[in-house]
Design a protein around this ligand. Structure first.
Ligand SMILES: NC(=O)c1ccc[n+]([C@@H]2O[C@H](COP(=O)([O-])OP(=O)(O)OC[C@H]3O[C@@H](n4cnc5c(N)ncnc54)[C@H](OP(=O)(O)O)[C@@H]3O)[C@@H](O)[C@H]2O)c1
Length: 243
């Protein structure tokens, strides 16, 4: 991890769960972390958990809003010199049926918020981060927090459009890798696909991993040599059944 000490990592969805653990893990590894979330005050509280040489800054940002994304990355550029690592972690799962066929239909706004947060926001943040890396000729790293539901469709119908957005993350991660390779870029792209993790999104206490386990995976992907890219990492508890 030595080559990342002092570098700038932007983590989306930093106020809770996997994103919060990731902010602390990266700051402990010596990075300057910018945690984006709507509840920026929760990101500020992570500062007291830092035991390493890095730092955490908070920035209020709703990744589903284009202007928020542009504003947040412009702030990183101006205040900290640019984005070296991006962890696209912000995500929502809103249970309910997609259509009138079921009896617990979710509203249009909820469906759009899942699509806009899990996919549109991830694409827009990625474009901002890669632009920052390219202008400085820096070989950074994009890490997308995907899901096993981005590779298989869970039988539980409450997942509705969530699984579709995560499949889109799988396709986008591959397309981005191909584009970067075509353009002779050495920027890395890693898709990390967790199974159940104990956060507000999934409270399965028996078969879930801890958020810190996913933060460890992120540190592992970052710590590979410059010529090695982990493009997909599936990770779940030994107790979790396969889909
Ligand atoms: N938990 C699991 O079992 C599991 C499994 C596979 C994949 N994942 C993925 O892991 C990622 C993190 O989930 P988690 O389990 O840690 O969930 P979580 O504890 O509910 O945290 C979600 C985070 O996303 C942020 N967020 C939500 N909407 C946002 C928006 N529009 N703009 C900015 N930030 C937003 C939240 O912050 P604010 O509310 O403050 O904005 C929060 O920090 C997600 O992409 C999820 O799909 C989770």
């Amino acid at each position: 991890m030595d080559r990342w000490v002092g570098k700038v990592a932007v983590v989306t969805g930093a106020s809770a769960g996997i994103g919060a653990s990731t902010c602390v893990a990266l700051a402990n590894a010596g990075l300057t972390v910018v945690g984006l979330a709507r509840r920026a005050e929760l990101v500020d509280r992570l500062k007291e958990k830092i035991t390493g040489s890095g730092a955490i800054h908070s920035k209020r940002c709703d990744v589903s809003k284009y202007e928020d994304v542009v504003g947040a990355f412009a702030w990183v550029e101006q205040a900290l010199g640019g984005t070296d690592v991006l962890v696209n972690n912000a995500g929502v799962l809103i249970p309910g049926h997609i259509t009138d066929v079921g009896d617990s239909k979710i509203d249009d706004a909820s469906i759009l918020s899942v699509i806009d947060t899990n996919f549109k926001g991830l694409v827009m943040c990625t474009r901002q981060a890669v632009a920052s890396m390219k202008i400085r000729n820096f070989d950074g790293h994009i890490i997308n927090i995907n899901s096993l539901a981005g590779h298989y469709v869970p039988f539980d119908s409450c997942f509705n459009v969530y699984s579709g957005t995560k499949h889109a993350v799988t396709a986008f991660s591959a397309a981005l890798l191909n584009e970067l390779a075509d353009c002779h870029s050495r920027i890395k792209v890693t898709s990390i696909s967790p199974g159940k993790v104990r956060t507000s999104m999934s409270r399965d206490t028996e078969r879930g991993l801890e958020p810190a386990d996913i933060a460890d995976c992120i540190v592992y992907a970052l710590s590979t040599p410059p010529n090695v890219n982990i493009y997909e990492l599936g990770v779940c508890s030994v107790a979790e059944k396969k889909l």
